[in-house]
Design a binder for this molecule. Structure first.
Ligand SMILES: O=P(O)(O)OC[C@@H](O)[C@@H](O)c1c[nH]c2ccccc12
Length: 265
């Protein structure tokens, strides 16, 4: 069992839902990301989705696009991100899921990405634009089961797609709550409950829901139907609003939101 599976198992026993923040690595600097990962673990976060900044992030709204811009201007690249994970892994046990668009991994070489990820202590990979039909592209390079591959489903996914994603995913399935791009919203989709019920007919893996979740109240609602709640843009907004402050202030702002979210789960 890898770190992700263990975490979900433990949370199930405690009847808790996982809080899974997304942040862009290197926003605004890699040094800050390292501090934030430690702060997350200390604040009760269950797993971290660490994004590789990319210049053309198709599925991302303005908040994450700007985070990627900040990280890229600070020079964050995949090599340094692996270095950061290697360093922080000596200090934290929290599962780290590396998320990046196919192109940024392809440029580095998928084989290298998989072996580096395993070497530095990454626990899962999400490549949102890698279709589950192509899962083998990554699978063939894995050694053992340390590294989970997580695929996405959306409310528009067909039954066949759900079947395939269940076969190709391990760790959990990422359920996109609404169509469109990432970004904090103040209402949950009315379709969410029905969508997750459909996914459950094809899978008994943990389901984590992301896209548009910004407040503890929404998180609590999602937690009724899912094993994990993913929050990206709302957290990154706290960073963006405090860029002119000292790092300690940014850390405090983020951790106060994260603690309120976790309390709701
Ligand atoms: O930002 P939001 O709306 O809270 O959604 C999570 C999301 O940011 C994160 O999982 C993510 C960031 N970039 C993505 C690209 C595709 C799918 C998912 C993502």
């Amino acid at each position: 069992m890898n770190r992700i599976e263990e975490k979900f198992k433990q949370l199930k026993k405690q009847e808790e839902t996982a809080l899974m923040p997304y942040i862009t690595a290197g926003d605004p600097t890699l040094g800050f990301t390292k501090k934030l990962i430690k702060e997350f673990e200390a604040s009760g976060v269950d797993m971290i989705e660490l994004g590789v900044p990319y210049s053309d992030p198709l599925a991302d709204g303005p908040t994450i696009q700007q985070a990627a811009q900040r990280a890229l201007s600070a020079g964050a690249d995949l090599e340094q991100i692996f270095g950061l994970i290697e360093e922080v892994r000596t200090e934290v046990e929290i599962p780290i899921i590396l998320m990046g668009y196919y192109n940024s991994f392809y440029k580095y070489s998928l084989q290298e990405v998989v072996s580096k990820a395993e070497e530095v202590g990454v626990d899962g990979l999400i490549i949102p634009d890698l279709p589950p039909e192509e899962a083998e592209e990554v699978e063939k390079f894995k050694n053992g089961d340390q590294l989970s591959s997580i695929f996405l489903l959306a409310p528009t996914s067909s039954e066949e797609r759900m079947e395939l994603v269940n076969q190709q995913s391990d760790g959990f399935i990422y359920c996109v709550s609404t169509l469109g791009v990432t970004g904090a919203r103040n209402k949950l989709s009315s379709q969410l409950q029905g969508f997750l019920a459909r996914v459950r007919q094809h899978s008994d893996q943990p389901l984590a829901v992301g896209f548009g979740i910004s407040a503890p109240k929404q998180a609590a609602q999602v937690a009724k139907y899912a094993e994990g709640v993913i929050v990206g843009s709302a957290i990154i907004d706290r960073i963006a609003e405090n860029l002119d402050q000292r790092e300690e202030v940014m850390l405090k702002e983020v951790s106060s939101l994260v603690k309120r979210l976790k309390k709701a789960l």
